[in-house]
Design a protein around this ligand. Sequence first.
Ligand code: MG
Ligand code: MG
Length: 253
Amino acid sequence: MVILKRKEEIRIMREAGRIVAEVLDMMREKIRPGITTGELNTLAETWIRKRGAIPSFLGYPPGSRHPFPAAICASVNEELVHGIPGSRVLEEGDIITVDVGTLYQGYNGDSAWTYPVGKISEEAQKLLEATEGALWAGISQCKVGNRLGDISASIQEHAESRGYYLTREYTGHGIGRHMHEDPQVLNYGQHGRGIPLRRGMTLCLEPMVLIGTEHTRVLADHWTVVSANGKLTAHFELAIAITEGEPELLTRL
Ligand code: MG
Ligand code: MG
C-alpha cells in the first residue's frame, strides 16, 4: 500500500532529508586518499546525532541475526551497496559510495552518492556520470500524470544506452515513517506501466550501475554487495516528493 504524505509530513521529511544532505556534503569534503571508511562513519554518526536524528541504518533491520553495524554504508569500487565501514584506507583512484539514512521526528531520509577519491580513471568518471545521469533521468519523470514505469524506464534507458548494466536485485522504494515503503521503484521497466504518480508520494530513486554484468553477490560479512565480475560500480540516490509541479528534492540542501 502506498502511503501519501500530507504537507506537514513532507515538511518533516525535508528536515530528515536535510540532515542526510549535510552529511553527504561533509563526506564530499572529507573523502581523500588516506582517510578510512570508519573515520567517515564516525564523522557521519556524530553529525546525525548532533542534529537530533538517529542513524537509521545502524542495527537495521531490527531483530535480524546480522543487523547492519554502522551509521553509513561505505562501498568502495566493486562494492555496489551495503559496504560496512571499517579500517579500509581510501586510495587515490578509488570511488566510494556513501549511503546515509536518518530517522528524525518519526520520518526517514535516505540518500547515496558516489565520490571520486583524488584523481580517478576515465572509466570510473564515465561510470559516475552515467549513474548520476540515470538518477536525474528518473527524477525528470516524477510528476503527476506519469506512471511509476516512466521513472523505471527512463533510468534504464539512460544507463543501458551508454552500455552499462543495472542490478535487478536491489531497487528504489517509497519512504516515510518506514525507511522502505511501497512502491518498489525498479531500475528497469516500461513507460506507461505501473501505478499513476500522485501528489504526496515520497520515493527514493536509486540507480545501481555495473560494468559488463547485472549480477552481484553478497560477501561473507552478510552485507557487502559486490559486482559478480569485480568491476567498478556506482550508486546515486535521492528522496523526492511528488508535487503538482516539479518534484521536490527532499535530500538536497
Ligand atoms: Mg534507499
Ligand atoms: Mg540509501
